[in-house]
Ligand binder design. Structure first.
Ligand SMILES: *[C@@H]1O[C@H](CO)[C@@H](O)[C@H](O)[C@H]1NC(C)=O
Ligand SMILES: *[C@@H]1O[C@H](CO)[C@@H](O)[C@H](O)[C@H]1NC(C)=O
Length: 256
């Protein structure tokens, strides 16, 4: 349990950074794993791959830009393996590069257009389901009102008739001080069924946030608009095996 939570936290940071969301402490927004005891469809290699995909993509970009290593999939991916000291990263890179072709692979990396879920689906380490679906049937935020320091709990249920593909759960919060907050969580492929999910949001400024470096959420009094999306693939991705399954909306209020 602890181990999988660590993975989730790593994945959150990876995906959140890739999506260019504002910086937010991992403790501020948490995803509490599905209460259901359904086992995932995929092997556990999927979250591991998502985790290394981010690292691989960044290092590959540096290799291409700094050293101009291009040539073949073999030379590029071998350079990645050497740089990271990991044969596995090199092997996954080789598989993906061979499938899309070296020219397209380099283009995708240079355009920062290679999202980790798609990368791991091409490598056949994350399962694909193009007939998946998910419908949000319940969505609550409690308490509706609180003071700064309050933890708000977003509980929602989704029902899937055909199961889901490897995807993402995102939360986006529109704040009164107009600093967009949000993050994404890996949602592993699921069998048909009913799933209960919980995300908690702690409405408390981060004392470590440096306003000269980045916008720092102040958690001012007002109404906070919350949007949650369940997606196949990365939310907003234009790649194959990607779609928004459903969107849930709600609000909470901070009082002064
Ligand atoms: C489930 O899959 C079938 C075919 O595989 C498709 O016709 C149907 O539309 C899917 N259902 C939903 C709710 O997407
Ligand atoms: C929240 O949504 C309401 C209704 O759409 C809108 O009037 C309000 O400006 C939104 N608040 C923020 C902080 O975006």
């Amino acid at each position: 349990m602890y181990k999988s939570l660590t993975f989730i936290l790593i994945v959150i940071i990876g995906i959140a950074n890739a999506r260019g969301f504002s910086n937010i402490k991992a403790e501020n927004i948490r995803h509490i794993k599905s209460f259901s005891s359904q086992k995932n469809v995929g092997l556990d290699l999927c979250p591991t791959c998502i985790n290394v995909a981010d690292e691989s993509i960044n290092i590959l970009l540096n290799l291409i830009l700094d050293t101009g290593i291009i040539g073949t999939c073999g030379t590029l991916c071998q350079a990645l393996a050497e740089k990271t000291g990991s044969e596995i990263l090199g092997t996954v890179c080789d598989i993906v590069c061979d499938v899309v072709g070296i020219d397209e692979f380099i283009k995708l990396i240079e355009k920062a257009d290679l999202d980790p879920i798609w990368y791991c689906e091409i490598a056949k380490l994350c399962p694909v389901n193009d007939h998946g679906d998910a419908k949000i049937t319940k969505f609550t935020i409690l308490p509706p009102t609180g003071r700064q320091g309050q933890t708000f709990t977003i509980d929602f249920t989704f029902v899937s008739v055909n199961g889901t593909g490897t995807g993402e759960l995102t939360i986006d919060i529109r704040t009164p001080d107009h600093i967009p907050l949000g993050t994404g969580f890996l949602l592993q492929a699921q069998k048909p069924g009913t799933y209960n999910e919980r995300i908690t949001v702690k409405a408390e400024p981060d004392p470590q946030c440096d306003p000269t470096q980045q916008p720092c959420e102040q958690w001012l009094p007002g109404v906070y608009n919350v949007t949650v999306q369940i997606c196949n693939g990365e939310c907003g991705s234009k790649h194959p095996h990607s779609a928004i399954y459903d969107t849930g909306r709600g609000t909470f209020q901070l009082t002064g």
